[in-house]
Design a protein around this ligand. Structure first.
Ligand code: F6P
Length: 602
């Protein structure tokens, strides 16, 4: 039973070790013992580094002594194994029987997860502990999709209330724009949107937009509206983003967490100038045609955007985890209506709850994360591919690429020491079947790259010609089912020979097989399922970071190049406009810069 002790206290601990202490008091003559644990340190504390634990060692031995002697061709003959390596949740099926694992391997991976305190770390994340230790921030993208009636306090503020205040503001603003109540400065309705942003302020919303574009409910809601993205600082991207758009009917959404990202600021300025050129230089032009999603109110105002037209989010939302904040909510609600976006949030929330509460053995994000750790750190496969058998997910691999590589592309652990085991896969992918006619040759015969195949029971656009026995979706899905088996089973020299091929050709036609993959089978790609898919992969990344003891939530690796670009830019300007010599660079860069200056006009 909870009893109030009549006092509260707060502590800030910056200790390398986990700290526990007890407060004892007498309430109603009963002794009450309250144990306090420094939660930040749950995340950061372990007596032994993960790679030095007996659990890690057991997996290394298992990989060497057991798994290295198996072939998926044999493993897949065991119906009991296939049945065990399967998990389902809320319509999503994960079949991981084509991974190079035995039920025994999974048991060892669960032991490793427990040793790494995965449950506690997960809970610390959901609770809002400042697990992004290098930036002293909470990691709460899950709060962005929590139901309105829930509560979560960070620094004394119920952040769910703040989240829903912004969502309600977006609902009302998007309704006004979509209904024609908010018009452009010349009185014409707004029906084109340009979302200006880069990295996490672009890839998530773009993937979501593409996923919804051909979905029945969303596309009906979009009507003839156009949503485009402007991310690259390449002037060509500006041309493509504005091409054939009428400025009178166009609204620019500047999306930047910091509002200091150079590419975004330059593009935003260019679009501002374009709007002013066509619509006149009045505050009304910007008020009616430019809005912002950011955490930086001062910079937004300085840029000239009406604070009323700013849709905030918070420092506890990482850029690459921000699609559920105003970053995704505003462009998607303007294009498709708020209800569609809300379904997306509901799908993500359903996966959040599953991740938080389901036991490890049935927990889809945990299973995906553990398989990632297994493949990377124990089987040493340093790349991984994602193949959605859905054209609408064409930008999903790019989003996951940033999400995962910016998160887990690290060389130090949370203790600031070098990691002495492989972490952070190279992620890439293309929708099937296009990928099959591109890089699948390498996947089948070259390096071993674990794959995720994502397929759907039903197409967004079911087409079945009269009299045709196979619909287009079945044709697509035939490939979805065939490829994982082709990778797993391969083709032996004996089988190639039996087909009557000449002897000299046989080695060229052998498929070694034993190439791991997982199959995810989901109902139909609608807003809800898209939300589930997003959260599933966000949590996979976190699980891997938690096990590897790295901080998946900072990104210092993007800084060095930015600083150097500033130096180059300064020199280019000085040389081009003030005839100064290029200096301070190594000979290779100096030579390249000089040749560029000779051959370009800036
Ligand atoms: O690429 C680095 C990065 O900081 C990403 O993490 C982020 O999503 C992107 O730049 C854009 O940042 P901002 O939203 O602040 O413009």
């Amino acid at each position: 039973n909870e009893v109030s002790l009549g006092f509260t206290f707060s502590l800030q601990l910056a200790l390398p070790k986990q700290v526990r202490f007890s407060v004892k008091s007498r309430v109603n003559r009963k002794l009450v013992v309250c144990t306090v644990e420094s939660v930040g340190s749950i995340y950061q504390t372990s007596d032994v580094r993960i790679s030095k634990t007996s659990e890690w060692n057991a997996l290394e031995q298992h990989a060497k002594n057991v798994i290295s002697k198996t072939h998926l061709r044999d493993l897949l003959t065991d119906p009991e194994r296939s049945e065990k390596l399967w998990a389902e949740f809320d319509g999503c099926i994960l079949d991981y029987s084509r991974q190079r694992v035995l039920p025994e391997t999974m048991k060892l991976l669960f032991d490793l997860a427990n040793r790494a305190k995965l449950q506690e770390k997960k809970e610390a994340m959901f609770r809002g502990d400042k697990i992004n230790i290098t930036e002293n921030r909470s990691v709460l993208h899950t709060a962005l999709r929590a139901p309105k009636e829930t509560q979560l306090f960070v620094d004394g503020v119920n952040i769910i209330e703040s989240v829903w205040q912004v969502l309600e503001k977006i609902r009302s603003f998007s309704n006004r724009v979509r209904s024609g109540q908010h018009t452009g400065v010349t009185g014409r309705p707004i029906k084109n949107f340009i979302a200006i942003g880069i990295g996490g302020s672009y890839l998530g919303p773009e993937f979501l937009h593409e996923a919804l574009r051909t979905e029945r409910v969303a596309s009906a809601a979009a009507g003839d509206r156009i949503l485009r993205f402007l991310s690259n600082v390449d002037p060509v991207d500006v041309k493509r983003a504005t091409d054939k758009l009428n400025p009178e009917e166009t609204m620019a959404i500047v999306v930047s967490k910091t509002f200091t990202t150079r590419e975004t600021n330059i593009n935003a300025k260019t679009i501002k100038d374009w709007l002013i050129y066509h619509l006149g230089d009045s505050p009304e032009t910007i008020k009616k045609h430019m809005v912002a999603c950011s955490t930086n109110l001062d910079m937004v105002v300085k840029f000239g955007i009406d604070p009323e037209n700013m849709f905030p989010f918070w420092d506890w939302v990482g850029g690459r985890y921000s699609v559920c904040s105003s970053v995704g909510a505003l462009p998607i609600s303007l294009q498709y209506g708020f209800d569609v976006f809300e379904r997306f949030l509901q799908g993500a929330h359903s996966m959040d709850d599953h991740f938080r509460y389901a036991p490890l053995e049935r927990n889809l994000p945990v299973l995906l994360g553990l398989l990632g750790v297994w493949n990377m750190s124990f089987l040493h496969y340093n790349a991984r591919a994602i193949h959605p058998y859905s054209e609408a997910l064409l930008r999903f691999p790019a989003h996951i690429q940033q999400l995962d590589m910016e998160s887990n592309g690290k060389h130090v652990n949370i203790f600031g020491e070098n990691v002495d085991y492989p972490v952070g896969e190279i992620d890439f992918g293309e929708p099937g079947t296009n990928g099959q006619h591109s890089f699948f040759q390498l996947l089948h015969m070259g390096q071993v790259v674990p794959c995720d195949f994502i397929g759907f029971m039903e197409s967004q656009n079911p087409v079945c010609e009269e009299g045709e026995p196979v619909s287009n979706h079945d044709e697509l899905m035939a490939n979805f089912f065939a490829q994982p088996d082709a990778l797993a089973f391969g083709k032996t020299a004996e089988e190639v020979e039996k087909e009557g091929n000449p002897k000299w050709l046989v080695p060229h036609m052998v498929f070694t097989g034993n190439r791991p993959s997982s199959c995810l089978l989901m109902p139909v790609l609608d807003a809800y399922v898209t939300g589930q898919l997003l959260a599933l992969y966000e949590h996979r990344t976190a699980v891997q970071g938690f096990l590897w003891e790295i901080n998946s939530f900072d990104q210092f690796g993007v800084e060095l190049g930015k600083v150097l670009a500033n130096k180059v830019r300064k020199q280019l300007n000085e040389s081009r406009y003030f005839n100064k010599d290029i200096s301070g660079f190594n000979p290779s860069t100096t030579r390249l810069l000089n040749r560029y200056l000779e051959g370009s006009v800036g």
